[in-house]
Unconditional design. Structure first.
Length: 620
């Protein structure tokens, strides 16, 4: 530093004085390290938990959806798929070909596909035990699928695989080359090898344009270089290779869809909450660090005055204080960063475990991203910088004479105390508290903010009521139904899929069973139970003459109607229920008297309409 009388460079002396002062204030150092480490810890924990919860929820939704790709494109020809792989807007493109659905796994849906390594990775089908299938008789699947097939989950186990294709039943004796833990309790994928597809190529002709049979087509989950307008990019590609993504009745129809999960971001309310907590942490850290350095400066004020007496400049005194702050930050910052990340990583599964009460798949992980530590370090360094500015300025501006007689009190006129019984401890404590009002105010604010933060955490954690959330989904302790309801491809379709009455009677005989409710539903056997949806413009997709059914497509989707019905009345979900079932209904509009409602329903002229409910608010 060359700002003193004769231009001497005293950097080494200032550094030496800083080191001695640093080692002489061990208690101050410990307090400052704890304060800085706590500030870094809080910043790291909040950022890590916020990113971890977002990442975990994203991954959970992706696992439930079955893909972590940006979008998917289906029903392509082989040439169209090859064009997709070589396109310059695609980063990754998996290959998937549907074989069929297993017919020998009651109660569990198993979709049999061919998938290459990219597709397996994007759709969470990479085996965690064993290896991907290579030979024609090898498969990989989930442990739930193997159990449904009556096979113990282990590499090398023999698996009977049966499926129907174009009205013909096929059966193969396969071998498990690998398996993974299921993320969905009701559906699993079974992966066959490319050798299987080549050996049985005659089974998979591409007849999609004629009969809408998916077997034989190429499907792909894709990761795009640009995440903007994923569906638009895929539709543009489909048209460029001769596909038609807009008309599902077109012979060259190609389905293009974006993975909406990938566009999920933090809600504005969540961002606001994070910002508020970060601000509170910054203020708390500022007050703690400021108080520690302010007290340290006051304790060493005479030393700084003596340094000024021998010619030390204001800039050198500031540097003396700041060098100590830098050393303390370098020691405390790594401690706060590491502890913040480790503790938040341990807390995230506990926080996310709440969701496991009503989700089949929960993932809890915090990405080990350098940005977490960089952002936290910058916040902490900025907080330390702001906190030490005023104490450093105070130390640099004190004159030698002021330092000698410095008593640390506000420059205000005080009243003369008049007491007859002498001083009291409480009065002395209050007087000492008010001796330096600025510090007293800072200490009170620090305690106040600590209480606010503590109460905020308690309120947030206690406001999560899993029972309340679950009660919006079901009013009973448990639900019993036929395992056919879990089959996503067949599901509840015929009278035979209903729960056997003998099972109902056996359940009722068990102790503790009270207030049982029965729910009835129409099936495809009930050709007279149809609904008029008011559809006037529709196109025939296919007609099943054996079962007298016709599938029609329209603007908002597709449905099935009785082939002989000329009024466009479709099969609909019409339910019947036992009397006590209505006692647990939440009625939002119309007749709210349950007794009157039951009387009206018995006439056969009234229905109760079910509507979607907002699971957060409990309102329609």
């Amino acid at each position: 530093m060359n700002d003193i009388l004769f231009g001497n460079n005293n950097k080494k002396i200032i550094k030496k004085l800083s080191n001695r002062n640093f080692h002489a204030n061990k208690i101050r150092n410990i307090a400052a390290i704890l304060a800085i480490a706590m500030t870094a810890f809080l910043f790291t924990a909040v950022i890590s938990l916020a990113l971890g919860m977002q990442s975990s929820l994203m991954l959970t939704l992706q696992m439930q959806k079955g893909s972590k790709a940006d979008g998917d494109i289906r029903y392509m020809t082989e040439a169209q798929y090859k064009a997709l792989v070589s396109s310059d807007f695609v980063e990754q493109a998996g290959c998937r070909r549907i074989v069929g659905f297993a017919t020998n796994a009651p109660g569990h849906t198993i979709e049999i596909d061919y998938a290459d390594s990219v597709q397996q990775e994007l759709t969470f089908c990479t085996p965690t035990h064993g290896t991907a299938p290579q030979e024609a008789n090898e498969i990989t699947t989930t442990e739930l699928a193997l159990k449904a097939l009556g096979v113990k989950p282990e590499v090398g186990a023999k698996v009977p695989v049966q499926f129907e294709l174009r009205g013909q039943t096929y059966q193969f004796d396969m071998v498990v080359s690998g398996w993974w833990e299921a993320s969905d309790s009701s559906v699993s994928l079974m992966i066959v090898s490319n050798s299987f597809m080549e050996e049985n190529g005659e089974m998979f002709p591409n007849t999609f344009s004629a009969d809408r049979e998916m077997t034989g087509t190429y499907l792909s989950d894709v990761v795009l270089k640009s995440k903007t307008d994923v569906k638009g990019q895929l539709e543009e590609f489909a048209r460029s290779v001769g596909g038609e993504p807009s008309d599902m009745n077109a012979k060259n129809y190609v389905l293009c869809a974006s993975n909406s999960v990938m566009t999920s971001t933090l809600q504005p309310s969540s961002v606001l909450a994070i910002v508020c907590f970060m601000f509170l942490f910054a203020v708390c850290g500022y007050l703690l660090i400021y108080n520690i350095f302010d007290i340290s400066v006051i304790q060493d004020i005479q030393q700084y005055g003596l340094l000024r007496t021998i010619g030390t400049s204001t800039r050198q005194v500031k540097r003396l204080v700041n060098m100590q702050a830098i050393k303390l930050t370098l020691i405390a910052l790594p401690i706060g960063l590491i502890l913040g990340y480790l503790i938040s990583s341990a807390l995230l599964p506990v926080i996310m475990s709440f969701l496991s009460d009503y989700n089949t798949t929960i993932s809890a992980q915090i990405p080990l991203s350098p940005s977490i530590f960089i952002i936290t370090a910058l916040f902490t360094i900025f907080t330390v910088y702001v906190s030490t500015r005023r104490p450093a300025k105070k130390a640099s501006e004190v004159s030698p004479l002021e330092a000698i007689r410095y008593t640390e009190q506000d420059n205000v006129r005080k009243k003369q105390a008049k007491r007859r019984k002498g001083a009291k401890l409480s009065q002395m404590a209050f007087s000492n508290f008010c001796r330096y009002k600025r510090r007293s105010v800072f200490i009170v604010i620090s305690l106040f903010l600590c209480i606010v933060l503590f109460n905020s955490v308690i309120i947030v954690t206690q406001s999560i009521d899993a029972e309340k959330f679950i009660s919006r989904m079901t009013k009973s302790d448990f639900t019993i139904y036929n395992s056919a309801c879990l089959n996503r491809t067949e599901s509840f379709r015929y009278h035979a899929d209903g729960l056997n009455l003998s099972a109902v009677e056996l359940i009722n005989q068990q102790n503790g069973i009270t207030d049982e409710k029965y729910l009835y539903r129409n099936t495809l056997d009930d050709k007279t139970v149809t609904v008029d949806y008011g559809i006037t413009d529709s196109n025939v997709v296919w007609t099943d003459t054996t079962n007298e059914r016709t599938a029609l497509s329209y603007d908002n989707g597709a449905s099935v109607k009785v082939a002989s019905d000329e009024n466009n009345r479709f099969y609909g979900n019409v339910f019947g229920a036992s009397d006590n079932f209505f006692d647990s209904l939440s009625i939002y509009d119309g007749e709210k008297d349950k007794d009157v409602l039951k009387q009206k329903l018995t006439t056969g002229d009234y229905v109760v309409l079910g509507i979607a409910m907002n699971m957060r608010t409990g309102e329609p």
